[in-house]
Structures are given as structure tokens and as C-alpha cells.
Design a protein around this ligand. Sequence first.
Ligand code: UDP
Ligand code: MG
Length: 336
Amino acid sequence: MKPVISIVSPVYNEAEGLAEFTRQMIAVLESQPLSFELILVNDGSRDASFQIASTLTVDPRIRVVSFSRNFGHEAASTAGLRYARGDVTVLIDSDLQDPPPVILQMLDKWKEGFQIVYGQRSTRAEETLLKKITSWMFYRLMRRMAKMDIPKDTGDFRLMDRRVVNAFNALNERNRFVRGLVTWTGFKATAVRFDRAPRFAGKTKYNYAKLIRLAMDSITGFTTTPLKIATWLGIFVACGAMIWTIVIVCQFFLIPNYRQGGLTFLAAATLLLGGVQIFLMGLLGEYLARTYEEVQRRPIYIVDELVNFSDTIAIAGPNGGLIAEAPAPLTSAGGA
Ligand code: UDP
Ligand code: MG
């Protein structure tokens, strides 16, 4: 039977908490009179996550997609969304930081007719002050620069209607900033607020390098404003330099015995210009790198193993080697 609700959870080294997550999730879902599937996407875990996930698949509603290596959270979400068959899909972390009961509130909103329901964090338990400040800045910067209404303080925890999932699955770019892409689809959205819990077990897989990478991807992926900074900054600096030169020349001819603190001025100007140039070159590099990656057309992830997917057929996607899924014909036995 085709499930009504699909739950997609990326899993990376979550061995300690995975069984508990699954238990809580199933308890919440079974309280609903709707059929469901739970898709665990093992993103190349180095611990026992895959073994644990596999043992959980005695329940045919639990399905596992396992990658050949770690491809990242965004790739795992992408894969899960491609395999999801539900009328409605919920993306949720497998570390119990996003509380499963919130899904019930999301489903209520979905029944009211919303196609995207964001989980919006009211509090962030046990997160460092630095992380709170940087994410606060990030969300506001994004809204300004991308002129897109990316709701603030939302992670990837969200509900999506089938239409949204289909639209998302049709996007083939490699740099996948899931939050931005989902918002970009433009469907009717709302938010439910929740308190973000501390991790049940294990520790965060996002270090600052990864977070900066994500911020860069999201900015370069959704706005070309930084490229335009170059133009304006260039014009501004060039005009300033021209006026300054004229002033110096005038002073040289008009003021008798004029002496300029030449070296200091020169050093400062060189440093300033050098800095600006390097910054802008870096920015150009960002876009160039993105273009290069897109042109390479590599798949976003590679699937190594599928558990409990006997009723679906893996097919090659439009992206050369991308593994997508086609729903099985209705005649095949459902479930296991
Ligand atoms: N995750 C993943 N691949 C990665 C890193 C993380 O699939 O390379 C998963 C992880 O198992 C968790 C979710 O993505 O379910 C969010 O990761 P994490 O809890 O480390 O991020 P945070 O909550 O600290 O932002
Ligand atoms: Mg987490």
C-alpha cells in the first residue's frame, strides 16, 4: 500500500540514538490513522548506524538507503526525498533534536491546505552562544541578500506536500541548499514553532567549516548580489583615487615647499586596494567553482545499498547516473 506520510531522516554516525529515534517516531506516527514509511538515509556512517538501521527494517515500513560514502546532510535529504512515496513528506534529523510530536502539528497545518510547513525554533537548548549569534546573523543576511522569504530560525525540519517534493526532485543542481530550494518552489507555506531539544546522543556533525560552507553555498546559490558589489566598490575606489590624485597634484604645484608623507600614504593605499582585490577575486572564485561543479554533472550521491525497497525500481536519473526511483506498478506486493 502506498504510504500517506513519508518521513525522511539523514543518518550520519547516530548509532547511539538511532533506535530510540525510530521508536519515538513510530509511536508518534502510529497515533495517526494514516499509513507511513520511515526512510533512513545512511550517509556513509563510520559507526554501527547502518547495522542498527538494517535490523530495524524487520518492520517493512522502515526503509534504508545507504550511501557508498559520506556525501553530506543535504545530499542525504535529497536522496530521501527522491525515494519518498507519500502524499506528504517530512524531513527530520535523526538525532531527536527535532521532536517527532511536532509532526502532528505539521500534519494539521497540511490538512488546512498548507503545502510547506516549516519547523521554526523558538529556543535552542544547549547550543553555544557563538552558534546562536552566527545563525541569527545568517538568516537575516540571507533574507536581505537573496530577497527571498527564507523563514528565519528554521532548519531542514519541515513538511512538504507531494507537489513540493516533485518540484524539489526536478531540481538538479549540485550545490543543494535544501532550505533555500524548498522555499524557492514557492508553494503556500506556514510555520509551527517548537523548542529545539539537545541531542539525544552523540555530537553535532556540523563544525564551523561546514557551516561556513553551507552559508557560502546558500548565498552564492541564491543571489548574484555579491558579484555586483565588485562593480560598485570598483567605481567608488577608482573615483576616490582619481580625486585624491588631482588634490595631490594641485597641492604639489600650489603650495610652496610642499612635502607629502608619501610612503605611509602609499603603503596604506596599496594595502587597501590589495585587500579589496583579493576579496573580490575570492568572490569570483566562489561563483566560478559553482559553475565548474555544475558543469561536471556528477551525481549528488551514490547509493550502495537499499533495504526494503523491493517494491520500487531504481532507475537512472536525468543527471547521468543519478539514482532516482520509480514507483512500482500497483500489482507488485506492497510493503516488504
Ligand atoms: N548528517 C548527515 N550527514 C552529515 C552530517 C549530518 O546525514 O554529513 C545528519 C545527522 O545524522 C543528523 C542531521 O544530519 O540527523 C543533522 O546533523 P547534526 O545534528 O550534526 O547538525 P546540527 O543539528 O548540529 O545542526
Ligand atoms: Mg542535530
